[in-house]
Design a protein around this ligand. Structure first.
Ligand code: ADP
Ligand code: MG
Length: 237
């Protein structure tokens, strides 16, 4: 059974001054999907993420759960979309607990089920539980990425966008973080994952888009990608 669309991106374009970084992007996700966005450095992947949530100078339309999405970060968070930005974007001088609280403030405050959400995040990432009072910036890169994901989850999203969560992390900790995404997805969270490490992303995703030169250049079925050569064909098509 196919589920209802959760995200419908139509004709999304974005520019930085005179530079067009994204052209006419079209992308559809259904409820509960795990979709990967692949592509080389500078292709426009981050611009696509930022355009969806209203952080870029973009034109075009984005529909979320059937309704037009106002591309304003607060409205996007309230609607149920959370972004884990490239570079994590955590607040280094603040504690782990404070960073997690900030995630909840994205939806206007702690809300009635704050403790339940916090318990869920700490269950998912026990390393954060041991470090609640630690200054976030003093943690390892992997732990900081777990915090970035945890903070996004504190806003209780229906859809989570992740922009290269594996950047700068060792393979083992990358695997740990991506496994946690797979688990969340099995629990019903829709996941849109930007990754340069294509083999990893393709292991988890049900579908993938390739971005190159500011365009969505291909849509691929991960099951059909069995070698580097298969993927290279899409990258350089
Ligand atoms: N803030 C910015 N100002 C000017 N150009 C930018 C800015 N951010 C990105 N770009 C340009 O837009 C293009 C797409 O960048 P980006 O979306 O960050 O790619 P990716 O995430 O795929 O590496 C690149 O050519 C990049 O140089
Ligand atoms: Mg990027």
């Amino acid at each position: 059974m196919t589920t209802a669309p959760i995200l419908e991106v139509r004709g999304l374009s974005a520019r930085y001054g005179e530079v067009v970084a994204l052209r006419d992007a079209e992308l559809t996700m259904r409820e509960g999907e795990f979709v990967a966005v692949l592509g080389p450095n500078g292709a426009g992947k981050s611009t696509l993420m930022r355009s969806i949530i209203g952080l870029a100078n973009a034109t075009g339309t984005v529909r979320f759960r059937g309704a037009a999405l106002k591309r304003d970060p607060a409205a996007v968070a309230a609607a149920g979309i959370a972004l884990v930005p490239e570079g994590r974007g955590i607040f280094g001088p603040m504690s782990v607990a404070e960073n997690l609280q900030l995630g909840a403030y994205m939806i206007g405050g702690r809300g009635p089920d704050y403790e339940r959400r916090l318990a869920r995040v700490l269950h998912l990432f026990p390393r954060l539980k041991e470090r609640l009072d630690q200054v976030a910036g003093s943690m390892s890169g992997g732990e900081q990425q777990m915090l970035a994901v945890g903070r996004a989850l504190m806003a209780d999203p229906k859809l989570i966008l992740l922009d290269e969560p594996s950047l700068g992390l060792a393979p083992k900790v990358t695997a740990e973080i991506l496994e946690s995404l797979a688990l969340l997805n099995r629990e019903g969270l829709s996941v849109l994952l930007v990754e340069q490490k294509a083999p990893l992303a393709l292991k988890l995703a049900g579908r993938a888009y390739v971005v190159s030169n500011g365009r969505i250049s291909a849509e691929i079925d991960p099951k059909e990608i069995t070698s580097h050569g298969d993927l290279a064909r899409y990258y350089f098509a």
